[in-house]
Write a new protein. Structure first.
Length: 261
């Protein structure tokens, strides 16, 4: 049987190491113990889903969880904290499974709840969270730079779930090299080949540093704009360091027009 290929995220080194350390000690968790739930300060568009997919694949490969009780190995939801009804609707996603209780990986964006810490529906959130944490493995996402209210939310989650059962991950920033590799990966995913890769990589690194391309969303935008300067004359479209030069010229002209306005 062909094994599923596990794709490791580019960057997010600390997070990936946590997953790998758990998998290296799989024998502990095969005895019925569970890893600590995670609080992950990682903004939307910064690789959340990629990480959850990697973690789920790794845990499944190493037998950390059973993964037989649901149609889905993982489920991602975003909480709208404006009402008890909207919170209940988000958690209802975890009930559409084979068994009564969802027991796989649950990824929950709880950022919005930071606005409703004193609202009556916050108690509903905690009730749903505690219930889900009894059977599922839960990853709570907040923004990369948590606001004071998000910090209070994190504290309440830890207090509600129990500090021995949940862990706050440390996230390092993406390096220029990470962003460079991400940009190249996205270009390739669009079916575009890179010519003279070594030279292309060096030029792209200069571009990333000169234009302060620091976030995953910036890498996505750079890759998508770069494809407009690809060579489509052959069977496979290609980009090269010349394409990057044209992209930089385009950015400069766009910036000049904005300054004139």
């Amino acid at each position: 049987m062909k094994r599923h290929e596990i794709t490791k995220p580019i960057g997010l080194t600390n997070l990936c190491e946590e997953v790998e350390n758990i998998c290296e000690n799989a024998c502990i968790y095969k005895c019925g113990l569970r890893p600590k739930h995670l609080i992950v300060p990682l903004s939307s568009g910064s690789g959340r889903t990629t990480f959850v997919e990697y973690m789920t694949d790794m845990y499944k490969e190493h037998g950390i969880f059973d993964f037989s009780g649901s149609l889905d190995d993982y489920i991602e939801v975003t909480i709208d904290g404006s009402s008890s009804r909207s919170i209940a609707q988000a958690f209802a996603s975890f009930r559409a499974v084979y068994r009564n209780d969802y027991s796989n990986v649950a990824a929950i964006n709880v950022e919005d709840m930071a606005k409703y810490l004193s609202a009556p529906q916050f108690a509903d959130l905690m009730r749903h969270v505690k219930e889900l944490c009894r059977n599922a493995y839960v990853v709570f996402f907040v923004s990369s730079n948590p606001t004071p209210n998000e910090e209070k939310l994190i504290t309440k989650l830890v207090e509600g779930i129990g500090e021995k059962k949940i862990h706050r991950a440390v996230i390092e920033k993406y390096t220029a090299e990470d962003i460079c590799c991400l940009t190249e990966k996205i270009v390739g995913e669009h079916g575009v080949s890179i010519e003279h890769h070594q030279m292309f990589h060096a030029t792209l690194m200069d571009l990333i540093q000169n234009y302060a391309i620091l976030e995953v969303k910036d890498a996505v935008e750079t890759a998508e704009e770069l494809i407009h300067f690809a060579d489509f004359s052959g069977f496979t479209p290609t980009v090269s360091d010349k394409s990057l030069t044209l992209l930089a010229e385009y950015w400069n002209k766009k910036s000049e027009r904005s300054e004139i306005k």
